[in-house]
Design a protein around this ligand. Structure first.
Ligand code: B12
Ligand code: SF4
Length: 445
C-alpha cells in the first residue's frame, strides 16, 4: 500500500516537516508499504496539488496536523474529496484532541489518536486485503461514523522504533533533527503533554531511547550525509540528569558536532550545563513563559522562582552557550501588570534572543478546558486562525487590542536589543533591512 502524507504549510513554511510521518514511514516500509510526503506550500494552488496526487496514485492520504494547520487542511481535504476518491486519515495533536470535528469534516475517513506506527500499519494491511475497516477493529483508529476506539499501550522500548525516514523531513544544510524521548513528566497547563498523559491514562507514556541508540542514529546520518549541526526536538532534553551525563560523554567522544536543545531551568545545574557545553551544545531554548510568579504558579501550574531564571541564564551564557527565552502573553487571568513583569524579567536575564507568542488554547490542555468553562473561548474557535500572534479569546482583564499592542512591544524590544548589540557594526541600509526583517518575522509568528 502506498500512503502519501501531505504537510500543510500555513502562512509560514517551517524549515522542518512534521516528525510524525517520518517515524511512521520508516515503520511501515519495514512491512513492505510505501510512504512519501508532499509539502503543500503556502502558495501552492489546489489544482496543481490534485494533479500531483493523481500522478502519484496513492492508496491513502495522510495528514499530520497541529491546530494551526487545521483550517487550511480542512479546506484542502474537502477540495481533494470533491475531485478524487482516495481515503484519508489524519493524525497528530489536533486530530488526537479534536477528533469529532475532524471526522465531521468532508474528506477525512479515519483519525488516529496518539501514536501512529502500529495503528497505521494495521490499517494499511486491512485496506490491502480489500476489507472494510470496522469500528473498534484497530486500536487508536477512529472510523468515520463509529465511536471512540481503544488506545493501545505506548510502543516500547523506544529503541525498537526504526530511525526517522529523513527523506520525509525536508532537512537542509546538513542540519539533522532528532528525538530521544516521548512524553514529558511536567504538568504545565498550557501544554499538550498533559493531555497525552491522560490519553494513555498515565501508563508508561514517558519513555527514552538509550544513549547508544541515539548515537547509532547520528553515526548512521554522518556516514550518509554531511552533518553540520544537530537539533534535539525533545520537549525537555534535560529531564534526567544521569541520562544527560551519559549522553554528553558518548556524544562528545563520538559525534561532537554543535547541537541545540530545549530545557527547563528547573532541570539544569551548573554541572549539567558545563557537561553539555563540553559535548558541543551551542544553544539552549528555555521556556520562561512569564515574568509573573502569580501567572506561572496559579495559571501555568509551574511554581518556579524568578531568581532561578536569572541564575540559569547567567550560567548558560558563561558556559559559552547561546540562551534563548520563550514567552507567552494573553493568558486567562493575566493583566497588563503581569506582562510588564515579563518584560522586566527579560531585561534582567538578558537572553541572547527571545521568542514571544500570544497564548492559544490548544485542545487537550487544562487551559483549553478553563477557557471553555469560563466562556473565554468563542463557539467558532475552530474557524479562527491559530497563529500565536492574535488572541482568539475574550478575556476579562486584557482586550484583544491590549494583547496586540504588547505583542508589538515585544517586537520593538527585540528589534531594539539587536540594534543596541549589533547595530553599530551595520551600515544604515543594513540597519533598515534588519528592522524590516524583524517586523516581517513578527508578522508570521
Ligand atoms: C518538533 C515539534 C515541532 C517541529 C515539527 C512539527 C511536528 N508537528 O512534528 C516544528 C518546529 C516545525 C514545530 C512547529 C510548531 N509547533 Co510544534 N512541536 C514539536 C514537538 C516539541 C515535538 C514533536 C514530536 O516529538 N514528535 C514526535 C512524534 C513521534 O510524535 P507526533 O508528532 O505526535 O507523531 C505521532 C502521533 O501524533 C501520530 N501521528 C502524527 N501525525 C500523524 C499522521 C497520520 C496520518 C497518522 C496516522 C498518525 C500521525 O503518530 C506519530 C508517531 O507515533 C511537539 C510537542 C510533542 N511532544 O509532541 C510540539 C507541538 C506538536 N507543537 C505545537 C505547536 C503549537 C507548534 C507551532 C504552532 C509553534 C508555535 N509557533 O507556537 C508550530 C506549528 C507547526 C505547523 N506545521 O504548523 C503544539 C501543537 C498543539 C496543537 N494542538 O496544535 C505541540 C504539541 C507542543 C505544545 N505546545 O503542546 N513543532
Ligand atoms: S511546556 Fe514543556 S515542560 Fe511543560 S509540560 Fe509541556 S513539554 Fe513539559
Amino acid at each position: 500500500m502506498k500512503i502519501l502524507f501531505l504537510e500543510i504549510d500555513t502562512e509560514r513554511d517551517w524549515a522542518l516537516a512534521s516528525v510524525g510521518p517520518a517515524y511512521i514511514a520508516s515503520y511501515i516500509r519495514l512491512q513492505g508499504h510505501e510512504g512519501s510526503l508532499l509539502r503543500v506550500r503556502s502558495e501552492q494552488e489546489v489544482n496543481d496539488l490534485i494533479g500531483y496526487i493523481e500522478k502519484q496514485e496513492p492508496d491513502i492520504l495522510g495528514f499530520s496536523l497541529t491546530t494551526r494547520q487545521w483550517r487550511r487542511a480542512a479546506y484542502i481535504a474537502r477540495e481533494i474529496r470533491q475531485r478524487l476518491n482516495i481515503p484519508a486519515i489524519a493524525g497528530g495533536h489536533h486530530p488526537t484532541f479534536a477528533p469529532e470535528a475532524v471526522l465531521q469534516a468532508e474528506g477525512f475517513d479515519y483519525v488516529c489518536l496518539g501514536e501512529g506506527e502500529e495503528a497505521l500499519a494495521e490499517l494499511l494491511s486491512c485496506l490491502e486485503k480489500g476489507e472494510e475497516v470496522k469500528q473498534g477493529q484497530i486500536d487508536n483508529i477512529w472510523v468515520k461514523g463509529g465511536s471512540r476506539p481503544e488506545i493501545r499501550p505506548p510502543s516500547e522500548p523506544l529503541d525498537k522504533i526504526p530511525f526517522l525516514a529523513r527523506d520525509l523531513l525536508d532537512e537542509q544544510h546538513g542540519v539533522a533533527h532528532l528525538i530521544t524521548q516521548r512524553g514529558c513528566p511536567f504538568p504545565c497547563s498550557f501544554c499538550a503533554a498533559g493531555g497525552i498523559r491522560d490519553l494513555y491514562k498515565n501508563k508508561g507514556y514517558l519513555r527514552r531511547r538509550t544513549v547508544e541508540d541515539v548515537v547509532r542514529e547520528l553515526r548512521q546520518i554522518k556516514e550518509e550525509h554531511p552533518l553540520n549541526y544537530v537539533v534535539f526536538l525533545d520537549d525537555t532534553f534535560t529531564v534526567n540528569e544521569a541520562w544527560v551525563k551519559e549522553f554528553c560523554q558518548a556524544y562528545g567522544k563520538q559525534i561532537s558536532t554543535g547541537f541545540s536543545i530545549n530545557a527547563r531551568v528547573e532541570t539544569v545545574s551548573r554541572h549539567t550545563i558545563d557537561r553539555l557545553a563540553a559535548a558541543g551544545c551551542r544553544h539552549i531554548i528555555y521556556g520562561v513563559e512569564s515574568g509573573s510568579i502569580r501567572i506561572r504558579r496559579d495559571i501555568m501550574n509551574r511554581p518556579v522562582e524568578n531568581h532561578r531564571f536569572v541564575d540559569v541564564f547567567k550560567l548558560t551564557k558563561e558556559a559559552g552557550i547561546m540562551a534563548t527565552a520563550n514567552y507567552m502573553i494573553g493568558l486567562p487571568g493575566e493583566t497588563a501588570d503581569d506582562i510588564e513583569q515579563t518584560l522586566a524579567l527579560n531585561d534582567e536575564i538578558e537572553p541572547d534572543d527571545f521568542g514571544y507568542f500570544v497564548f492559544y488554547p490548544y485542545p487537550g490542555t487544562r487551559l483549553f478546558q478553563l477557557c471553555r468553562e469560563k466562556g473565554f473561548l468563542p463557539a467558532n474557535w475552530l474557524e479562527l486562525p491559530a497563529n500565536n500572534r492574535q488572541s482568539i479569546l475574550s478575556l476579562p482583564d486584557l482586550t484583544k487590542e491590549d494583547i496586540e499592542s504588547y505583542y508589538n512591544k515585544f517586537t520593538e524590544v527585540r528589534n531594539q536589543t539587536y540594534m543596541n548589540r549589533y547595530g553599530s557594526a551595520l551600515s544604515k541600509e543594513a540597519r533598515a533591512l534588519a528592522s524590516k526583517i524583524f517586523e516581517e518575522s513578527a508578522a508570521v509568528g
